[in-house]
Design a protein around this ligand. Structure first.
Ligand code: 26Q
Length: 829
């Protein structure tokens, strides 16, 4: 137990000598990090064992969150905070002359996700543990996470993210819990003596799925849940080189099979919207779904007096988008082929277990797999999907005999593909969107047929973010101010952040808030100077847009505005308070438009830096390699949060919540969760602009938008676009460098209404600048955003999932004793 500084020092020194066989004095920073992590892990392990025993004892329903992505970020500091030993460790190490922050920085940023969906899964794990729910993660242990982004000469270059190069201090390999997953080959039924069918597999590739468990530590509640990530290995040692092919003299193919197997968990696909038709991706999906379900069923079957026909009382499988939707036929397969249930029983159990969250309304992101490759890879699963489809279509024809078009649209198999969203909806008991407007759009547009069929399945669960990582951990100064003013109850009950509103007219609190923001801006400026060698001015407004680069997220609108300000300065106009635009985000490697946006941002950076008119007034910086670690530095320093997607396109957004919680004011469209943020803080604390969802839908319905018309009626736009098409008037940029952007805005009629929203955006930015001039007004707006952010804690979201979908209650029994002086003292800035 880490109860005193002396104990921490002793444990830490002992670990160094045990692990590395050297005295403390000789240990490197990496050694020290590993030793501290090991000390913390020992502490966690006790609670881990106890939590599992508690779950078994209580025998309540357990939830498994299936996701192809878990963007967890670093663990060490989070775990220290959750154990309540951060301060004591910092002080103990300090006595040894070791800087805790330096150790924290050496941990790799676990980037097993692309963006919003992956980070949401990580926030949900954190909240489930903090609230004492029996909720676990199931995913893939990718050897390479999302690529590392470099910007070279303004272009994005992707480097592999070899995050497992050093031993991962948080995972435990569990070879004895391995399961086998079969791919390809042939499958056919043979009748058994008792009349049942047995399915025989021939020539299937046998993949050994090995689990690695990572503890998910609850906030000071002695609860430790499990994140189980699967790694693909050749089926067994003898199979290292498949003996049969070996003896046929087919040595090379045998080696090749081995590579093919290990390739499954090699790398995370870097696309975050476009469904891309890669067979390996389908293998990944089946691999982790099958491994996860087999191990879960096996675990619960060990219980006394367990009945497989009641599995739905014991577990709930939540699928994060359609990526794990093979859970539907795979669970059917296990229940029928391995556990002997008949179809109807298996279907009742399966559809009582699976719940599905949709994260997108973009049709191109809906997953569809060609029948041929699906059947070849998953012969038995395909049979089951065919049967699900046959029964579903028959039922639909009975219900809608005069509407065959509807039945065709809703079929799970059609037009030569398997439609994964249809499979997920038919095979689950709950379908939810991730923000109120998104769920409404699903019901009225994208999934309308299904809503009409199963209205009771549909529900909304607005996304949330964990305030422990995104406020308590990343913004210690603000956390301290909150504790000084409203006490520390908000840490466990984030809705109590609302009490901060009492201070909206308190001059000294408002001043402290401004000072904290300033200190955080300086901290970010320092990091940028060290990393990029660029100095940014903490006196300027930090106006930030950080997220994946996407046409619908409209980074281009931000850039058009920056160019607009550039021209105004060139013209000798006064643009008011100096501004630093900060952007960051990755583009999918094959998404040329998005890459073009990064190049444009980089060239604008250069242009502004070289223009005397912009000096001290306007700058743009594009930060490399946006990820969790960088994000934790950015949100606390942000003053303006850019949430400017085309209304109706962003399912929810979650960075909007992280900004708000750190006191940034949003300039945003009425899209996704922005709408709920605006409702929460009131119009006076949210800066709105642009077309509404209804207006956008109206344009789509009538097809009456013309980007040329908008362009021709606005000389500012004409000038800016001509400038972009000329390569920013720079000799070193070829004239067609930004052709992708120009084409999308003009030749393709500006699908996302960038030009249409430009004028409203510019005007609103001017309004914003005027508001900023009053430090007091701005600080008050900032305070109101912080005070309103509590409902966007994922604790709130998870409570709703638990009550409305999963039907589970917290199992927590005791509070973890704290050895820390927190929360009175939160930490150092
Ligand atoms: C699918 C098939 C093949 C390859 C890749 C994919 C794929 C991978 C990732 C498709 C989509 C994603 C990620 C989507 C995502 O992050 N969506 C975001 O989810 C957030 C959490 O709900 C929302 O806040 C965002 O609005 C939504 O864009």
């Amino acid at each position: 137990m880490l109860r005193s500084k002396t104990q921490v020092i002793a444990e830490f020194k002992k670990k160094i000598s045990n692990m590395f066989g050297i005295p403390f004095e000789e240990a490197s920073v990496a050694n020290r990090y590993a030793a501290l992590a090991a000390v913390v892990r020992d502490e966690i392990n006790e609670d881990w064992v106890e939590t599992n025993a508690r779950y078994t004892r209580k025998d309540e329903r357990q939830v498994y969150y299936f996701s192809l992505e878990f963007l967890t970020g670093r663990f060490l500091e989070n775990n220290l905070l959750c154990l309540g030993v951060r301060d004591i460790c910092e002080e103990a190490l300090g006595e040894l002359g070791v800087d805790l922050n330096a150790l924290l920085e050496t941990e790799p940023d676990a980037g097993l996700g692309n963006g919003g969906l992956g980070r949401l899964a990580a926030c949900f794990l954190d909240s489930m543990a903090a609230l004492g729910y029996a909720g676990h993660g199931n995913g893939i242990r990718y050897k390479y996470g999302l690529f590392t982004q470099k910007i070279v000469d303004g272009y994005q270059v992707e480097l592999p993210d070899n995050w497992l190069r050093e031993a991962n201090a948080w995972e435990i390999r569990k070879p004895d819990k391995s399961v086998e997953v079969l791919l390809g080959g042939r499958c056919y039924p043979v009748p058994e003596k008792d009349g049942s069918l047995k399915f025989i597999y021939e020539d299937a590739l046998r993949v050994r799925a090995v689990p690695y468990d990572i503890p998910i530590v609850g906030y000071r509640n002695s609860t430790v849940n499990n994140l189980r990530l699967w790694s693909a290995e050749a089926a067994s040692d003898e199979d290292d080189l498949d003996f049969k092919s070996f003896s046929r003299g087919d040595y090379v193919n045998a080696v090749y099979d081995r590579y093919a197997i290990e390739a499954i968990s090699e790398v995370l696909y870097p696309d975050d919207s476009n469904y891309n038709n890669r067979e390996l991706r389908l293998k990944q999906q089946y691999f982790f779904v099958s491994a996860g379900l087999q191990s879960i069923v096996r675990h619960h079957m060990r219980k006394k007096e367990f009945k497989i026909a009641e599995l739905d009382k014991h577990i709930c499988i939540h699928i994060n988008d359609t990526h794990p939707s093979l859970a539907v036929p795979e669970l059917m397969r296990i229940l029928m082929d391995s556990c002997g249930l008949g179809w109807d029983n298996a279907w009742r159990v399966t559809t009582g277990i699976i719940a599905y969250t949709n994260h997108t309304i973009m049709p191109e992101a809906l997953e569809k797999w060609p029948i041929d490759s699906f059947r070849a890879l998953l012969p038995r699963i395909y049979m089951i999907v065919e049967e699900i489809n046959r029964r579903f279509c028959a039922e639909m024809l009975r219900r809608f005999p005069s509407d065959p078009g509807r039945v065709a649209r809703m079929a799970i198999i059609g037009d030569g593909v398997v439609r994964m969203a249809n499979l997920a909806i038919v095979g689950s008991f709950s379908v939810n969107g991730v923000a109120a407007v998104h769920t409404e759009l699903l019901k009225t547009h994208v999934l309308r047929d299904f809503y009409e069929l199963y209205p009771e399945k549909f529900n909304n669960k607005t996304n949330g973010i964990t305030h422990r990582r995104w406020l308590l951990k990343s913004n210690p100064a603000l956390s301290e101010l909150l504790c000084d003013t409203i006490g520390s109850a908000w840490i466990r009950e984030p809705q109590r952040l609302a009490e901060f509103e009492r201070f909206k007219n308190d001059a000294s609190v408002l001043t402290r808030l401004t000072e904290i923001k300033r200190a955080n801006k300086q901290r970010l400026a320092k990091i940028i100077l060290e990393k990029n060698g660029i100095s940014i001015d903490p006196n300027s407004i930090f106006d930030v847009q950080v997220k994946r680069i996407h046409a619908y997220k409209r980074q281009i609108l931000n850039l058009l505005h920056v160019l607009h300000l550039y021209f105004r300065l060139q013209n000798g106009d006064d643009i008011g308070t100096p501004r630093t635009f900060i952007m960051a985000g990755k583009a999918a490697p094959s998404y040329y438009y998005a890459k073009n946006v990064i190049k444009l941002a980089s060239e604008i950076t250069r242009l502004l830096a070289a223009a005397p008119s912009c000096k001290g007034k306007l700058s743009l910086i594009f930060l490399e390699n946006y990820g969790i670690a960088l994000a934790e530095h950015i949100f606390p320093a942000a003053e303006v949060s850019e949430q400017i997607s085309t209304a109706s396109k962003e399912a929810s957004g979650t960075s909007n919540m992280k900004f708000m919680m750190n006191g940034a004011v949003t300039i945003g469209t009425g899209d996704g969760a922005n709408i709920e943020i605006r409702n929460q803080v009131g119009d006076e604390n949210f800066i709105s602009f642009g077309l509404s969802v209804d207006e956008v839908l109206e344009y789509y319905a009538h097809g009456n938008y013309s980007s040329w018309q908008v362009l021709n009626s606005d000389p500012r736009l004409e000038r800016i676009l001509a400038f972009i098409r000329s390569g920013l008037g720079c000799e070193h940029i070829p004239a067609d460098e930004f052709i992708n952007i120009a084409r999308s805005l003009l030749d393709y009629n500006d699908e996302f209404f960038v030009l249409r929203d430009f004028s409203s955006y510019v005007q609103t930015q001017e309004k914003l600048e005027k508001m900023y001039r009053s430090t007091k007004l701005w600080s008050k707006m900032s305070l109101m955003n912080i005070a309103g952010s509590g409902i966007f804690s994922s604790d709130n979201t998870i409570t709703q999932y638990a009550n409305d979908i999963w039907h589970i209650t917290p199992t927590c029994e005791k509070e973890r004793p704290s050895t820390s002086v927190r929360p009175a003292k939160i930490g150092k800035t």
